[in-house]
Design a binder for this molecule. Structure first.
Ligand SMILES: *Cc1c(COP(=O)(O)O)cnc(C)c1O
Length: 409
């Protein structure tokens, strides 16, 4: 008899985006002439930078000729891309990372989801609340949790975000082994200071733990005192893996290219306490299960590091940050406390009411779609996430409508 992985039965169906879609289409039916503005999405809306498109085209043309054709590439990614990443994203910022510590992949979603495979099933996991759901669900699938009770999985240590801590969780008060962190954060837009990150690195070193650091939104950091990489913190190489993606940085959500950094001296342990190289484990996993990103896509990603590419991706994130600033300014003017939107494309708004009530209010009164914070975890209740991924014109229109609807409320 073929049996299923029963851990899958513990998973909670995510109704978040289907619930949103249902409410939006019901509203549209009732108001067929109303133009709805979507500020709920976590996907970019603007075209790939010119430099990337040109390199992409060139890469495709090379595939059309036997003399320049590329078959399977190195599983870890082409060296031409990994060398640029190591230099521009790390070495130039004083972070000691080399090309052979970088694994190019087709997405940070896959990498943050797959990485748990190389660790034991009985490690204790610490996961933020609210959270990007991939970290949690992949550990449920792997059997690292008990059942779902009252909004929480048994066996997970939840790192709670709140108004008081500004959605930067405190260090756990018990011992954990694997820690997921994401800064600038999705969904809250919160950022962490270098000293804040230092405390986490210190915790990991003291407890022989490992940090999984998701930096998918680093391109939105404008405050130069904030760390873009966890490796800007001394001692992080032994205790941290970092995930990056070209998705939000350069508009690659539909093109697919990302990378994971696993330093050569990053360490985990066998049951007997013997030290093992996490790099060697991940290299084994990656080369066994993955066959590299297509050549033209890696060429397109490489172009991000050219002078033109660099300027163009900066323009992209500047554009979204201008939207974010407007959203935050307008919500604060209306009396709503906000987090994010300064070094992040997300604005996390304290709705002063139930998340879904506030969602319905914005939809009914302003025709604007946001994301209810409760969909990201228990600590998200009472908040909404507004995304800056839309055109400036639409954001202006949306904020004018919200102001009109909520003024004097
Ligand atoms: C968008 C996003 C990613 C990037 O995912 P890709 O698979 O590279 O497109 C990673 N982490 C978080 C938190 C995200 O929001």
């Amino acid at each position: 008899m073929i049996k299923i992985n029963e851990n899958y039965l513990k998973l909670q169906a995510s109704y978040l985006f289907s619930d949103i879609a249902k409410r939006v289409s019901a509203y549209q039916e009732a108001h067929p002439d109303r133009e709805i503005i979507k500020l709920g999405i976590g996907d970019v809306t603007r075209a790939l930078p010119r430099a990337c498109i040109d390199a992409f085209h060139q890469g495709v043309d090379e595939m059309a000729d036997d003399a320049t054709f590329h078959g399977y590439g190195p599983e870890q990614g082409y060296l031409f891309l990994r060398e640029k990443i190591a230099k521009h994203d790390f070495q130039d910022r004083g972070a000691d990372i080399s090309a052979d510590e970088i694994f190019v992949s087709d997405g940070a979603k896959c990498d943050t989801g797959n990485i748990q495979e190389i660790f034991a099933t009985d490690v204790t996991i610490a996961i933020p609340d609210p959270v990007y759901p991939v970290y949690l669900d992949t550990n449920v699938m792997a059997g690292r949790t008990g059942l779902y009770n009252n909004g929480r999985y048994d066996g997970i240590v939840y790192l709670e975000g709140s108004r008081e801590n500004g959605f930067i969780p405190e260090l756990p008060d018990k011992k954990v082994d694997l820690i997921y962190l994401c800064f600038p954060n999705n969904p809250t837009g919160a950022t962490i200071s270098k000293s804040g990150l230092k405390a986490w690195v210190g915790y990991a070193r003291d407890n022989k733990a490992l940090i999984l650091y998701d930096a998918a939104y680093e391109a939105f950091i404008r405050d130069n005192t904030l760390p873009k990489s966890i490796y800007e913190v001394e001692g992080a190489r032994e205790v941290a893996i970092e995930f990056r993606s070209f998705s939000k940085t350069a508009g690659f959500t539909g093109t697919r290219c990302a990378y994971t950094v696993v330093p050569k001296n990053c360490t985990a342990y066998s049951t007997s306490g013997e030290r093992h190289s996490v790099h060697a484990l991940w290299n084994r996993r990656h080369t066994t299960k993955f066959n590299s990103v297509s050549y033209p896509v890696q060429k397109a990603a490489e172009a991000v590091y050219s002078d033109d590419g660099h300027r163009q991706i900066r323009e992209l994130s500047d554009y979204y940050l201008k939207n974010a600033a407007l959203i935050r300014q307008e919500m604060e003017a209306l009396g709503y406390a906000c987090i994010g939107g300064e070094n992040s494309p997300y604005i996390w708004v304290d709705g002063q009411t139930d998340s879904w009530k506030f969602f319905d209010l914005l939809l009914e009164k302003a025709g604007v779609v946001c994301t209810p914070g409760a969909g990201f975890g228990r600590c998200g209740e009472g908040y909404i996430r507004i995304s800056a991924f839309n055109s400036y014109e639409n954001v202006q229109k949306a904020m004018a409508r919200i102001s009109e609807a909520l003024e004097g409320k």
